[in-house]
Design a protein around this ligand. Structure first.
Ligand code: NDP
Length: 498
């Protein structure tokens, strides 16, 4: 496999490419606005086949010794790493994210989680023994759930696919993935790699389509669990559909996370992290620290440093160029949405525009002038009632907010229904831990921002999610417990106890 070519993208069911219908949708290169490929939409028959194939493959995959399952997954890890740059190019083509990022983050962090889960999966057989009396004890078994479904957002397509399928497959489940219609390409490569690594047919299946395909999967009673990443409103629809057949769910949803800078912080480090927390992936990261609370004593200095670092450090252009670190946003529709927020910030919220705005970056040259690029934008002296401060924009837009005391910063940081991430910058580690104990968020950082390693369980609070991904706990979310009571003595007649 030296290069990938895309014309008509098929589903991947039972270990091979598949399609039955002829309806397609188009996926675009957001850096130029030009079409890349047509992608077949799954028909009801395709979805049914994916589920029945997964059910049938579950019979053998669930009984395969965990160590054998792990060996196959580890072979896939090696293949992913050996094709890192090739996959990263596809991801850059489809998402517009700079190759600088996709080649160092997206495939790597996905492969890390598959490796981690493959390792943990070997210990899958461990249960508990509880001695009740001399002649009787209870033992517990951890059993896979059955057919699990993953539904992905468009910002980290292959990473999301891997974070979802890794614990599911390592625990002995079979898996169906529906990528976002906006970024469907890399999941097919993952399916091929898993087959090449020796995964039996039907254990990992891929279906393409719009939200309605995801909705059918969520409603089907043969599916045991849905792991979803996307917007809170879609997450609620998924949760509601799943409840009708009592499916388990993991929901990874949106954020509007507070980034708190105390007066004694290392300002250079805080500003560097703030640039990453707002402009990496062109601002399309769920955990972005978009509400930047800065203490009044250092506010003006922070502002000046931030403007300097954005102007000198963020380079927009051809996302395949290794010197470029800032690409377009993912689609025309999303471009319009982010621009509308910027216009709202200027015209309705009356926020002070410190940097950026609605013009495209001036460094762009054709054909990238037709791409969906947004200039890194910073609003300053914002207040908590502004729409740009309250709602997730999911683009390169930071809002600076001034505060006077730590208590005030914490209260304002927690004034949101979302609770995905939070961070604090300070040299006072006692204070840092106090702030961390008070913030309402599931993913927190002290003096850093954004790292999400395989070992760290990550999940949002409130409207930011249900359950979590990664860490040892994530594997436990893909098994069910069975408790077995063993009587090795005389059976005590039930009525004798009454
Ligand atoms: P959406 O909620 O629009 O879509 C997510 C996925 O759900 C897509 O595959 C979509 O299909 C599918 N879908 C749409 N409707 C339904 C339905 N009724 N039932 C089942 N599936 C459905 O999210 P975006 O793709 O716009 O992603 C951006 C959002 O994701 C942001 O809010 C971001 O914060 C969040 N996110 C959260 C992360 C986390 O870990 N907490 C990580 C990354 C992103 P289609 O593509 O056809 O619309």
């Amino acid at each position: 496999m030296s290069e990938f070519t895309f014309t008509h993208q098929k589903h991947y069911i039972n270990g091979r490419p598949h399609r039955s219908g002829s309806e397609t949708f188009t996926t675009y290169n957001p850096s130029t606005g030009t079409p890349i490929a047509q992608v077949y939409t799954a028909t009801p028959e395709d979805i049914d086949l994916a589920i029945s194939t997964s059910l049938s493959a579950f019979k053998t995959w669930s009984k395969t010794p965990p160590i054998e399952r792990s060996r196959i997954l580890l072979r896939a890890v090696a293949l992913l790493r050996s094709r890192n740059d090739l996959i990263a190019k596809v991801e850059t083509l489809d998402t517009g994210k700079a190759f600088f990022e996709t080649s160092t983050v997206d495939v790597a962090t996905g492969a890390d989680v598959l490796e981690y889960m493959a390792g943990l999966g070997m210990a899958m057989g461990e249960g508990k023994t509880i001695q009740l009396r001399e002649s009787a004890w209870v033992y517990t078994r951890k059993e896979p759930l059955g057919v699990c479904v993953g539904i992905g957002a468009w910002n980290y397509p292959i990473q999301i696919a891997l974070w979802k399928c890794a614990p599911a497959l390592a625990a002995g489940n079979t898996f169906i993935f529906k990528p976002s219609e906006v970024t469907p390409l890399s999941a097919y490569i993952l399916a091929q790699i898993l087959t090449e690594a020796g995964l039996p047919p039907g254990v990992f299946n891929l279906v393409h389509g719009l939200g309605s395909v995801g909705a059918v999967l969520c409603a089907d009673p043969r599916v045991a669990k849905v792991s979803f990443t996307g917007q809170p409103s879609t997450g609620i629809a998924v949760y509601t559909a799943a409840a009708k057949t009592l499916k388990l769910v993991t929901l990874e949803l949106g954020g509007k996370s507070p980034f708190i800078v105390l007066p004694d912080a290392d300002l250079d480090a805080a500003v560097d992290a703030c640039v990453t927390a707002n402009f990496a992936s062109s601002g399309q990261v769920c955990t972005n620290g978009t509400r930047v609370f800065v203490h009044a004593d250092i506010f003006d200095r922070f502002e000046r440093l931030l403007v300097h670092k954005v102007k000198t450090g963020v380079r927009a252009g051809d996302p395949m160029d290794r010197d470029v670190n800032f690409g377009p946003v993912v689609s025309k529709q999303h471009y319009e949405k982010v621009l509308n927020y910027i216009r709202h910030g200027i015209n309705e919220d009356k926020a002070t525009l410190l940097l950026g705005g609605v013009e495209k970056p001036s460094s762009l040259r054709a054909p990238f002038t037709s791409g969906y690029y947004i200039t890194p934008t910073v609003f300053t002296d914002c207040n908590d009632t502004m729409r740009i401060v309250r709602e997730e924009i999911f683009g390169p837009v930071a809002c600076l907010l001034r505060f006077s005391s730590v208590e005030e910063a914490i209260a304002r940081a927690n004034d949101t229904e979302l609770g995905l991430a939070a961070g604090v910058f300070t040299r006072d580690l006692n204070m840092a831990h106090k702030v961390m104990a008070e913030v309402h968020a599931g993913i927190c950082w002290i003096n850093t921002w954004g790292e999400s390693p395989a070992q760290m369980p990550v999940g949002g609070w409130g409207y930011s999610g249900v359950g979590f991904e990664n860490g040892a706990e994530a594997l436990r979310q893909f098994v069910k417990n069975k408790s077995v009571l063993v009587e090795n003595g005389e059976v005590v007649p039930a009525f004798a106890k009454l």
